[in-house]
Design a protein around this ligand. Structure first.
Ligand SMILES: NC(=O)c1ccc[n+]([C@@H]2O[C@H](COP(=O)([O-])OP(=O)(O)OC[C@H]3O[C@@H](n4cnc5c(N)ncnc54)[C@H](OP(=O)(O)O)[C@@H]3O)[C@@H](O)[C@H]2O)c1
Length: 265
């Protein structure tokens, strides 16, 4: 069964213009889905939307919205109007690398809204209609940083733990109602945003940095099969040792030390 037969015709990708979000947009357009593409900057969105329309002959709609705004979900609902969203991909996230107390409380609040409040509200808004139709899919981008305490990524990591638990819980509640929910737990991925942070090498045994297209391909393969998954073999092996073998305290120390080394903190 094709993606459009299984879920419907239109996908909304929040954080669609770059990196993993752009790879999701491309994958879904190639599968014949019309797209509602959301990000803050119009130009990169317009460029990608134009090229996807040209290449795959799908309809694309571009919406500029800051997902960390208090009423972002409601504004998006109004902008989407009565178009039916069959697949929701929540990709965008805000982060801060460094000591927790050095970041302003206001920015921590932005992180919490962009990474937790807005996606939860969007899931509520668009999930309701999916449940009524008896079909749909929701993909939430989580991270290996959310599997344990992650010093220097504190607020970001905590929001990613929330994301994973939100997706897994909904997977359980909605699996009998033909709405697939999944948390995509990525490790380091060569997106524009990741590369902008200028990460250093962390050692010979560090898992390979994935390409955004690899993450998306794995996610689409696991959608409907699992509540969450770790992307990339190297990341799965590292995650097995960190979370199944090592004591939690050791895992938290490894994570903090790795981030300290990566960013020369
Ligand atoms: N890259 C990695 O190594 C990695 C590892 C683990 C997990 N992840 C997860 O994968 C997802 C994607 O990460 P990424 O590296 O591609 O970077 P990202 O900054 O989370 O996503 C980039 C996309 O989101 C948009 N965006 C960012 N902040 C936004 C906001 N406040 N409102 C609206 N749109 C916003 C960007 O466009 P504008 O800037 O124009 O808004 C761009 O289209 C995130 O959820 C991240 O936590 C990434």
């Amino acid at each position: 069964m094709s993606l459009t037969e299984k879920y419907g015709n239109t996908a909304l990708v929040a954080g669609a213009s770059e990196g993993i979000g752009a790879a999701f947009s491309t994958f879904l357009a190639a599968a014949g889905m019309d797209l509602v593409m959301v990000a803050r900057r119009r130009e990169p969105l317009d460029i990608l939307a134009f090229s996807l329309t040209e290449k795959y002959h799908v309809k694309t709609t571009v919406i500029c919205c800051d997902l960390s705004d208090q009423n972002a979900a409601q504004s998006l609902k109004e902008a989407v109007c009565d178009r039916e969203i069959s697949v929701l991909v929540y990709n965008a996230a805000l982060s801060y690398i460094g000591l927790f107390e050095k970041n302003s409380s206001e920015h921590h609040n932005h992180i919490a809204r962009a990474n937790m409040v807005t996606p939860m509200n969007l899931v509520h808004i668009f999930g309701e209609n999916m449940l009524k139709k008896g079909k749909g899919a929701i993909i939430l981008m989580a991270s290996l940083a959310g599997f344990q305490g992650s010093g220097f990524l504190t607020a970001y990591a905590a929001t990613k733990a929330f994301t994973r638990v939100l997706a897994e819980s909904l997977w359980y509640e909605w699996k009998g109602r033909s709405v697939d929910v999944i948390a995509c737990c990525a490790g380091a991925t060569a997106t524009e945003n990741y590369l902008r942070t200028n990460p250093g090498r962390t050692g010979f045994f560090a898992p390979r940095v994935q390409r955004p297209e690899e993450v998306v391909k794995e996610c689409m393969k696991n959608l409907g099969r699992k509540p969450s998954f770790v992307s990339g073999l190297g990341n799965r092996i590292a995650s097995f040792f960190m979370h199944k073998i090592l004591p939690r305290k050791t895992a938290v120390n490894i994570m903090g030390n790795t981030t300290r080394k990566m960013y020369h903190l």
